[in-house]
Ligand binder design. Sequence first.
Ligand SMILES: [Zn+2]
Length: 283
Amino acid sequence: MFGRLRWPMAAFAGPAPYCRCFIEHPDSVQACNCGEEFGIREWTWKRPELPSSWIHFANDDTQVTLHPYYSAGTAVVRGDTCFNRDFTYYWEVKIMTEPYGTDVMVGVGSENVDINDSLFSFRSFLGRNEESYGLSYTGAVCHGAQVTHDSPGFGWGTIVGVKVDMWHGTLEFFINRQGLGVSYVMLRKHQMLYPMVCSTAAQSVMRLIYASSWKASLLVTAGKILANSMRRSRYFPLLPPGLRNLLLEKFFLTLPSPLSELKIDGVARQPLFTGRRHFHRRW
Ligand SMILES: [Zn+2]
């Protein structure tokens, strides 16, 4: 599954799609709404100041097509809302087209990231310096021009999740709603952080399917603990509807990650996936 295919096929096939729509109905995946049951999108993608042919926006700016015609470099789009301190954010994108080429990435970047400076060069944009963090479709988890962790990566139909805890200052990626563990700490050193995606591949389509946040508080902590304890309990349906729906919408998979193995240099210690190499990374 993780082997490399020859060009012009996909350079890398990531995990299986989140749902079977991408296998059974590959010609109509635009109609797939699996994993979109909550309909929560607190922010959308930000349109550039000037009209751009690099990115096409659709579905109320929740779906973007990077390089809608052809690719001559790296297209980057960021969210229209920056992350506030003391809040935790969790957001997901569904990968609607097969990623290939130099890189397709999901991540976050600070206000110092110039999203236009690689329009005519092919780069692994997110994580190329200290100002951004990115998960590549190849599995590389990048920051500071280094591949700091490895992962299964993502492919056609994968749901990629990003959890940014601005209270603890941590960043964690998810693949098909399975957490990869905390990858980075000390994100509070950034004044402002934005969600970002980038691609060097022509006609890369990514759909924002969920974007939620909550402020750190004793009440939220109690809610997380309750959600965790009730997740598989037969008593869960007996909770008051309002509380039950709140737990489902906010904490369906974003429970606290163990912080016990964190390093202090800003990179969390994680077990690496084996056998993956990232030959073509271009910072
Ligand atoms: Zn589906």
